[in-house]
Design a binder for this molecule. Sequence first.
Ligand code: CMP
Length: 225
Amino acid sequence: MDPEVLKQAPLFKGLEDEAASALSAAMGTIRLSKGEILFHEGELEDRLYVVVKGKIKLGRSGSAGRENLLAVLGPGQMFGELSLFDPGPRSTTATAVTNCELRTLEHDELMTWLTGRPEVARGLLGQLAARLRRANDVVADLVFSDVPGRVAKALLDLATRFGERKDDGIHVHHDLTQEELAQLVGASRETVNKALADFAARGWIRLEPRSVTLIDVDRVERRAR
Ligand code: CMP
């Protein structure tokens, strides 16, 4: 059985060690370099992925070359299961934000586990439910929240996965460019930069290239509400 990180993946939740080792043994490993595209939106491909190291962004492109980021995933997170339950092409493009190591599982193999081990099915359903909740929140925020509110929410969300608590605040090494942050918030780069600069001027955050430190988490949380 691999790294602890695999055990955090929803598929492995509830599996005892022996079954977890067997599931892990059924999985392949792939490595991606920063910037490499794993699959494109619309492609037919039938594997599920678990991030072991690095960060993966899931995005869609709209008209006039605009990009929207649906999620940035880190170690222990899983993607690529929608096209199993709702057969069809990939719903997003998956790109490596940093060098990555991923474990892979063929959909056929996953189906065998889902029918044989209810714990695996429960873990996967749990992830789908959590994602639907999050997607509902994102839609509501697009309707009800202003851009600074959405920026504050995005920072807190990144902090839950990539944050490290230190004496001066939560250091969030997100590895995203300002353009990618804007794509995640669903607003223009200019508006998102303005919000970030305003938070920094108020002393709530400190901006660094591809990372941010949340100094006054309370204020950021209040702005996110
Ligand atoms: P699939 O459509 O097979 O390939 C792209 C994957 O991106 C998809 O499965 C999901 O696993 C993942 N995905 C799609 N939409 C979202 C979202 N809103 N949040 C997180 N992950 C998503």
